[in-house]
Ligand binder design. Structure first.
Ligand SMILES: [Zn+2]
Length: 317
């Protein structure tokens, strides 16, 4: 039997939250809490190394585990949840033999996140890097990159996301290709772009936070920021630099829970929920409007962030 025993995909659905409501939420000056890691929690739920996390959106026995991750973040106080589609472009899925199921995987993921968020949260469609460098550094041409991102964005839009969240980008050219693709297939959706400054304060391609902010702000996206990387200090430095470069930008901070150590082959993250709360207060003071987590963060970290920022928690009442 096909290991991906597909469920019927949701019908094409309009966003539940109007784009203007998402933009108003970002602009109203109150702190907005976003979710934390997806992959870390799916591994804890049985995802094996080498298995595509996105394939879990399609299987009846695993889709509920994806839903449970979203549920936990919503209960912890997240008002934005990201779909389980980080590696969901056809280029990235090729290594798993799933390239031709990109649209379906992304539609399904949007539906799962929508079920969890209901009318209480924003569903943002996660789009990570293609995993191949753009020419001339790599082999993929910009128009092929745009085409791949367009397949993914169309699936996410058809599944009913409220926004598109382009994350963990190292290359401004690739980020721009992704933005162009979203505009082409889902012109009404707000877009957020965050980059990863994990190479001595620059992206792997050498871009500084200030240069990233300057270029990304010209694209007219709803918010920009930093995610993943080497933990809270790095994210705080990046947010401060972005704020200085583009004072009016809506900034997003979604850092990792430190740098993982391997213990018995299992990654162990050092940042505690209390540490995440203290980081949230600092990064908010530096200018971040949206604070969440990336690799190694859990619902406990997000709950601590919500408490530290005075944001309401849905499990606290
Ligand atoms: Zn990460």
């Amino acid at each position: 039997m096909d290991p991906l025993d597909a469920l019927p995909g949701p019908a094409t659905a309009p966003p539940t939250i109007a784009p203007s409501a998402f933009l108003a939420m970002l602009a109203d000056g109150q702190p907005v809490v976003a979710d934390g890691a997806m992959g870390t929690l799916l591994m804890a739920a049985g995802l094996t190394p080498g298995e595509a996390p996105e394939s879990w959106n399609l299987r009846a026995d695993t889709r509920d585990r994806v839903r449970a991750v979203h549920d936990a973040y919503i209960r912890a106080g997240a008002r934005i949840v990201l779909t389980n589609t980080f590696g969901g472009s056809p280029v990235r899925l090729r290594t798993h033999g799933l390239a031709d199921r990109s649209g379906e995987l992304n539609r399904a993921a949007a539906g799962i996140a929508r079920e969890a968020a209901g009318r209480h949260g924003i569903v943002a469609g996660s789009m990570g890097p293609l995993g191949e460098l753009l020419a001339p550094f790599g082999t993929i041409e910009a128009h092929d990159a745009r085409a791949a991102f367009a397949v993914q964005a169309k699936g996410l839009a058809d599944g009913g996301v409220d926004a598109i969240w382009i994350e963990t980008m190292a290359s401004l050219e690739e980020a721009t290709a992704a933005v162009d693709a979203v505009r082409q297939v889902a012109p009404g959706l707000p877009i957020v772009v965050t980059m990863t400054f994990d190479s001595h304060g620059r992206t792997m391609m050498g871009t500084t936070p200030a240069a990233a902010a300057t270029t990304l702000s010209t694209l007219g996206v709803a918010a920009i920021g930093a995610n993943c990387g080497n933990g809270p200090d790095e994210i705080e430095t990046a947010i401060a630099a972005m704020r200085l470069a583009v004072p009016g930008a809506v900034l997003v901070a979604k850092g990792n829970a430190g740098v993982p150590r391997l213990e018995g082959g299992v990654p162990v993250w050092d940042m505690t929920p209390d540490g995440a709360g203290r980081h949230a207060v600092r990064v908010r003071a530096l200018g971040a409007a949206v604070v969440g987590g990336c690799c190694g963060t859990t619902p406990a970290h997000i709950a601590a962030i919500a408490d530290a920022l005075g944001a309401p928690r849905r499990d606290a009442s």
